[in-house]
Design a protein around this ligand. Sequence first.
Ligand code: CMX
Length: 435
Amino acid sequence: MSILKQKLEQKIADWRPRTERLVKEYGDVKVGEVTVAQAIGGMRGVKSLVTDISYLDPMEGIRFRGYTIPETLAALPKPQGAEMPYVEGHIYLLLTGEIPSEEQIADFTADFNKRKGAPQYVFDVINAMPKDTHPMTMFSAAVLAMQRESIFAQKYHDGLHKNEYWEPTYEDSMNLLAKLAQIAAYIYRYKYKDGDIIKPDLSLDMGGNFAHMMGIDKPYDDVSRLYFILHSDHESGNVSAHTGHLVASALSDVYYSISAMTNGLAGPLHGLANQEVLRWLQGVMDKMGNQEPTEELMKQFVWDTLKSGQVIPGYGHAVLRKTDPRYTAQREFCLKHLPDDPIFKYVDLLYKVVPDILVEQGKAKNPWPNVDAQSGVIQWYYGVREYDFYTVMFSVGRAIGVTANIIWARALGYPIERPKSVTTEMLEAVAGIKK
Ligand code: CMX
């Protein structure tokens, strides 16, 4: 058994009594209450999920297992000569709450590498789809196609004690995570590079191997490491994480759950916003011809978009009330590696003009940029200009956090999810509205 799995087993055994005690002795203690606006308004702010993998503070942003983004990037070990840490180390951190040593990373990577190599039928499924199929559809279908590999589904069918659910879920999760970068890169090369597929290099770490399979030179390996880590987890209530959790709560295996997760991520109000930012910016640039973007012109374009009833992609957030630290981490990367890039200049100008305009418009609760405002420009700079593909990379990262959550939810015996609905008439009655 790998060091990671042994550690996880011990941590689960230690953690279970805490959850059991809370439910048994304190089950009736109130965590919050639900208003009419929350019931109608997408459950915003309702405290009804539990996760220890990450926590999102509205003002501070995400902490992975208690570490802010700068702390995470500084603390995790890095491959030799790399600026960004091993994604494998981040998987270890999210699962255990501990920063792995070099030895622990090496042990985990050896185990992880054995699980790489997606079966040929997955690529056959992708090849069978029309080339103009959206890459997110291809990715979701590829993950779903592998469901037949599920060890959890097989063991459950054979009869599995509830206390052991987490173990085959861990196996499925690692088997799936190990293959996602290859599937993503395959889709990219199949769709946009005439099917000129590059074979994986197992001597490389996950970020390095992804850059290799995409066919892009350094520092794209660091871009990939940063990208997968930043997108991994944002607590449990966002659409992709919640969908993954919800589907898994029915004891559907991780293949079903992660495929569902990607379908949620594919929405333009969620992960697809990163491609929307580039698409929208392209419109701005086309309208401006080759002119340098002026503040005035940019403001005009933002107002035009708002007045036509559309959202400004990459801005606003359901929880955050400050600039997203995932945006800041990517901006710092841009300032270091591509300060003179014309699109980065556009993105930076947007940062200058959009928040004030959103405040003036008075609708968005958070006028600040989110992760998606900045991620596309880096990809564009390094040659990944097919922005339809951006959310696939978001999915590879997000699967890391969602599988960690599913493993722990199984370990702690979280039940099938089933909130209660009410009718409009009932809400009117609660509100005291007389007919
Ligand atoms: N541009 C224009 N209007 C916006 C806006 C934006 N960027 N952000 C919010 N608003 C509007 C909302 O559409 C809503 O309008 P209505 O009252 O007409 O419905 C109003 O402001 C209030 O919304 P909110 O409470 O501030 O935001 P929500 O929690 O409902 O939604 C989000 C959050 C992210 C969907 C929204 O800010 C948005 O649509 N942003 C643009 C898309 C985007 O960048 N999504 C990616 C988020 C990060 C991720 O998940 O990847």
